[in-house]
Write a new protein. Structure first.
Length: 75
């Protein structure tokens, strides 16, 4: 588990309209995300939190690498 610091607050506070483009990439990578703003937002925030938990302060760099890769991975 991680603390509720500013980075985590930024992730949790991400507006749904800022999640669509990332959700689209995750869908192309095999994620099952419904075309509903709330579903896109929940999946993107979940994905970001797991990246943060795994990589800490380097999570954004690793997230970009994942999004840019052609590798297809679930969750």
């Amino acid at each position: 588990m991680f603390e509720l610091n500013q980075e985590v607050k930024n992730i949790l506070g991400r507006p749904n309209f800022m999640c669509r483009s990332i959700a689209n990439v995750l869908i192309k990578k095999g994620w099952d995300i419904k075309e509903k703003a709330e579903d896109e937002q929940a999946n993107v925030i979940y994905w970001m939190l797991t990246m943060y938990e795994k990589y800490g302060e380097n999570w954004k760099e690793k997230a970009e690498e994942y999004l840019k890769s052609s590798e297809r991975k679930e969750g």
